[in-house]
Design a binder for this molecule. Structure first.
Ligand SMILES: [Zn+2]
Length: 222
């Protein structure tokens, strides 16, 4: 919002310059000639400040469409929280949260940026970037209707491969990234505290009770 206001300010400067070149200011007989360098600078500044919010808006729309697909066409609407949104969020300690009744998914600062970085270089994904992919899939599973955290997380790990491909990651990299999260990130939760254990189940494994036997499951070997 702040970026948009700054951008609008520079657009107003440009408008004022153009108006002054057409209409003479009070007490002046002639309009002031337009200053092209000044006009170019304020236009460039207006574009530069408008770029981050436009980029975020575009990314949110992209994530919303992909989350809807992952949630079996339950309509999802992703919002990337700014640092201020996160500070004011009642669930600020969770990296994200979702409401299946409204379809709203909130991703806390800075996890949208982390997901964006992951998509820029998926073959060099860091642990945090893999975590951001699973966060996105996890919240999409809530929109699909699941509220139990262990089941939601297990549905997510089985679909991280599908999610990565939907987000544009090449097939083999998507498979490796999804398996890396399952083998490292997910299993790590078992050693975490009580909070982490609510997301974990020993039954979330190939052939175990939580295996949905998806044809494109993360852990299906082809
Ligand atoms: Zn959850």
């Amino acid at each position: 919002m702040l970026w948009i206001l700054i951008s609008l300010f520079f657009l107003w400067c440009a408008f004022r310059e153009i108006r002054a070149s057409i209409v003479a200011a009070p007490d002046f007989n002639f309009p002031t000639p337009i200053s092209k360098p000044y006009l170019a600078i304020v236009f460039v500044l207006a574009m530069l400040f408008a770029w981050p919010p436009v980029q975020t808006w575009h990314f949110q729309r992209f994530l919303s469409a992909k989350a809807t697909e992952l949630a079996d066409n339950h309509r999802a609407k992703v919002h990337c929280n700014t640092i201020f949104d996160t500070m004011l969020d009642a669930e600020m300690l969770a990296a994200g949260h979702a409401d299946p009744k409204t379809g709203q998914i909130a991703i806390q600062h800075p996890w949208c940026d982390t997901l964006h970085s992951y998509l820029a270089h998926p073959s060099r994904a860091t642990d945090d970037e893999l975590w951001s992919l699973n966060l996105f899939t996890h919240e999409s599973m809530h929109i699909r209707g699941e509220l139990n955290e262990a089941r939601t997380e297990c549905e997510a790990v089985q679909r991280d491969y599908r999610a990565a491909k939907l987000l544009g990651v090449p097939d083999t990299t998507a498979k490796r990234n999804a398996l890396d999260y399952y083998n490292i990130g997910y299993r790590h939760r078992k050693q975490g505290g009580i909070m982490q254990l609510t997301y974990y189940s020993d039954e979330c494994a190939p052939g175990k009770a939580m295996d949905e036997h998806l044809s494109d499951s993360t852990w299906t070997t082809r």
